[in-house]
Design a protein around this ligand. Structure first.
Ligand SMILES: C[S@@+](CC[C@H](N)C(=O)[O-])C[C@H]1O[C@@H](n2cnc3c(N)ncnc32)[C@H](O)[C@@H]1O
Length: 222
């Protein structure tokens, strides 16, 4: 029974089979395309992805940016992405095993970023408001975030009813939390609808949004 928001055991167990699910790959491709359209990555940008998993989105964004720091709390997910990077001969991605959600002065990150993005990871982080402030402080002035995640759902998206997750996000509340973190929301769009059986095996629709927001100058959030 999971009694913690630290989901690394679960993702460690799932890492080797993660890419076998075609729905996950289709979602990741849609997220990557939406991020590219909304943020226009270029080869001067320093990018950070948190919750990179096996790198389904990472591998699409990496060729477009100068460098990409790919972070995850699951060592097994990171093993899979590292193997992909090696096989593809990609040299601009560094992986980092750290938990950005932990309040710590030393996360092993020395630089600031022009683009910070994630796909389906924000709902695994307990204190959204505090986390957004930490993310804001890692962004360069004028930098952009792009987060893909679930709209509010009925609590049936995850198979385990006891898994500690947010059951999606209310767009208005998330926009307010972004603003409080010094991030001015730019766009909110529905980028994907996932159809998957709920726990009663009835097909259910779950919509995924992409929100982008720009770091406002002269704001350092505490
Ligand atoms: C639902 S998976 C998504 C993986 C990947 N983005 C994808 O689209 O396939 C969530 C990922 O976030 C990672 N994760 C969960 N909490 C995290 C945290 N606090 N910091 C960094 N990664 C985290 C998990 O280990 C997992 O790999």
């Amino acid at each position: 029974m999971p009694d913690t928001w630290n989901s690394s055991d679960k993702f460690n167990r799932e890492a080797l089979q993660w890419d076998d699910n075609p729905g996950r790959k289709a979602l990741a491709l849609s997220v990557a395309q939406a991020i590219v359209t909304a943020t226009k990555p270029n080869n001067t940008m320093l990018a950070l992805e948190f919750g990179c998993g096996t790198g389904l989105v990472t591998m699409e964004i990496a060729p477009l940016v100068k460098s990409l720091t790919a972070i995850d709390t699951s060592s097994e997910m990171l093993s899979v992405i590292k193997e992909k990077i090696k096989i593809a001969g990609i040299s601009n991605v560094e992986t980092l095993h750290t938990n950005l959600a932990l309040p710590s002065d030393n996360l092993g990150i020395e630089k600031s970023f022009d683009l910070i993005y994630c796909s389906m990871t924000l709902h695994h982080i307990d204190d959204t408001a505090g986390f957004l402030k930490r993310i804001s402080n890692l962004l360069s002035p004028g930098g952009i975030i792009a987060f893909a995640d679930l709209d509010l759902e009925n609590g049936q998206f995850h198979d385990d009813p006891l898994e500690k997750v947010h059951h999606g996000f209310d767009r208005g509340e998330l926009a307010a939390q972004l603003k409080a973190a010094g991030l001015l929301p730019n766009s909110f769009e529905t980028i994907y609808t996932m159809v998957k059986p709920d726990r009663s095996m009835e097909p259910a629709n779950y919509t995924v949004f992409l929100v982008t927001a720009i770091k406002q100058d002269d704001l350092h959030c505490q």
